[in-house]
Design a protein around this ligand. Structure first.
Ligand code: C2O
Ligand code: CU
Length: 478
């Protein structure tokens, strides 16, 4: 717990949150900023109702932070320290994981591994600094296939130290719901079909908790569009008709601005992409944004609707915005140690046995335990395990991720960002830094990082049903 020093009252140190201080009337509100070293936020996780589909459909019972889904956007400056008081008003335990933030292990929000889960009625104080500017998000790590699927997640935006030259900075939290006809959430969380196939792909997609018809734009505008995939399982493949958005950051980390080769912005669960969207068309025009990822399930996400206002500027020949680098540790690839991390299991896979609780068992026994996936032959139940790998602090590593299954998997490593250096043996063009890498079925990728953050860190598939179904492990940095 952090201590708040209050020099004005005889250098007395108070072990209380600043909200408590204000309530007690000891300090004028304006003094709080001066005496706290961390900016304080509160998140209350609780059931609520939300109009997801809009009238005439009824509201939906959701779980969310501060009464809305997505939860409030936490927006801070790079290098700033924040303290987030998370109050659990759910009927079950929870935690919050700050996805992509390189923070101390004790603040990582993994139940039993890094903290005791927050019991109903309890509050937990998370406190950490945000070293990297970029687009991040928060969500529970306790039964996340249910808690995220019911609406618990929110954006965490870390602003660059100097303003980025765009006209608007817009966040779209993309989410996916499985709704019944009465707009209520289908209760079939974690069913074996979802677990063993694609995960819980829903039937309703929302942007910031709504189904908006249009996104109003003006000709000549430059927009930084931050996409966050908060869905349990849905992979998005977005096409912006009539436009050529440039990818300027992936998973919060700047990347050389580029348009994807096939024009489609692909975003696996938990991934973030920052786009530079130049509004190059004419006043009054309208364009569709479509999601074409799943064949046969294409749909229109939203329309870009140009106002009649005269163009803000002529964008012909405009150069892309390049984001400043984040302070990531330098890789030493020559001396890097290599390991293989193989994903196995699932429907149509070849896995026949896996280790469960230290014993080899057959696939039937696994399925009786709700498990169908494994990493390096181990099917994980719960978050606490003997580490898959033990890495030496501050040493460089190359992990070869091998997807030996018939399904795509977005693989997330906690506590670090890594460079994706090859895919199927070929060097990647942009050597992008990510924290979640989407592997197509049977694809391999090499990721490289410096193990500079001590602790036990999860590595898992971010299709939350796959994670619950065993595709999870621990990497120890010591
Ligand atoms: Cu976004 Cu381990 O999670
Ligand atoms: Cu997966």
């Amino acid at each position: 717990m952090s201590r708040i020093c209050v020099p004005t009252i005889n250098r007395r140190e108070l072990l209380a949150g600043s909200a408590g201080l204000a309530a007690a009337g000891w300090l004028p509100r304006s003094a709080l900023g001066a005496v706290t070293s961390a900016r304080v936020f509160t998140l209350a996780a609780a059931p609520a109702r939300a109009s997801l589909v809009g009238p005439p459909h009824p509201e939906t019972d959701v779980w969310c932070y501060n009464g809305r889904t997505p939860g409030p956007e936490i927006r801070v400056r790079q290098g700033e320290r924040i303290r987030v008081l998370v109050e659990n008003r759910l009927p079950e335990e929870t935690t919050v994981h700050w996805h992509g933030i390189r923070l101390p292990n004790a603040m990582d929000g993994v139940p039993h591994l890094t903290q005791k889960p927050i019991a109903p009625g309890e509050t937990f104080a998370y406190e950490f600094t945000c070293p990297d500017a970029g687009t991040f998000w928060y969500h529970p790590h306790q039964r996340s296939f249910v808690q995220v699927g019911r609406g618990l997640y929110g954006p965490l935006i870390v602003e660059e130290r100097e303003a980025v030259p765009v006209d608007r900075d817009v966040t779209w939290v993309l989410a996916d719901w499985r709704l019944l006809n009465d707009a209520s959430i289908s209760g079939d969380f974690g069913n074996m079909h979802d677990v063993s196939h694609n995960g819980r792909v829903g039937n309703t997609v929302t942007i910031n908790g709504r189904i908006p018809e249009t996104f109003a734009v003006r000709a000549g505008e430059r927009i930084r569009l931050r996409l966050i995939n908060g869905a349990n399982a849905r992979i998005f493949g977005l096409e912006f008709a009539g436009h050529r958005p440039q990818i300027i950051a992936l998973d919060g980390q700047p990347v050389e601005p580029h348009a994807p080769s096939d024009g489609r912005i692909v975003l696996g669960p938990a991934m973030r992409i920052d786009l530079l969207l130049d509004m190059t068309a004419q006043p009054g025009q309208r364009f569709r944004v479509v999601d074409t990822f799943y064949r046969g399930l294409e749909y229109r996400l939203i329309d870009l609707a140009y106002s009649d206002a005269a163009p803000l500027r002529d964008l012909a020949g405009a150069v892309p915005v390049v984001l400043p680098d984040n302070p990531l540790p330098e890789l030493d690839l020559k001396n890097a140690q290599r390991h293989q991390v193989t994903l196995g299991g699932g429907m149509m896979g070849s896995m026949r046995t896996a280790m469960l609780d230290g014993k080899p068992v057959d696939i039937r026994t696994l399925m009786h335990n709700g498990l169908v996936w494994a990493i390096n032959g181990v099917a994980a139940k719960g978050h606490v395990h003997d580490p898959l790998l033990t890495l030496e602090l501050n040493r460089s590593y190359v992990l070869e991720l091998v997807n030996d299954t018939m399904w795509p998997h977005p693989v997330h490593l906690h506590g670090h960002s890594f460079r994706v250096i090859t895919r199927d043996g070929k060097p990647t063009r942009h050597r992008e830094w990510q924290d979640t890498v989407l592997l197509s079925r049977q694809e391999r990728a090499e990721i490289a990082f410096v193990a500079d953050n001590p602790g036990d860190w999860m590595i898992h598939c971010h299709i939350l049903e796959h994670q619950a179904g065993g595709m999870m492990g621990v990497i120890r940095v010591t």
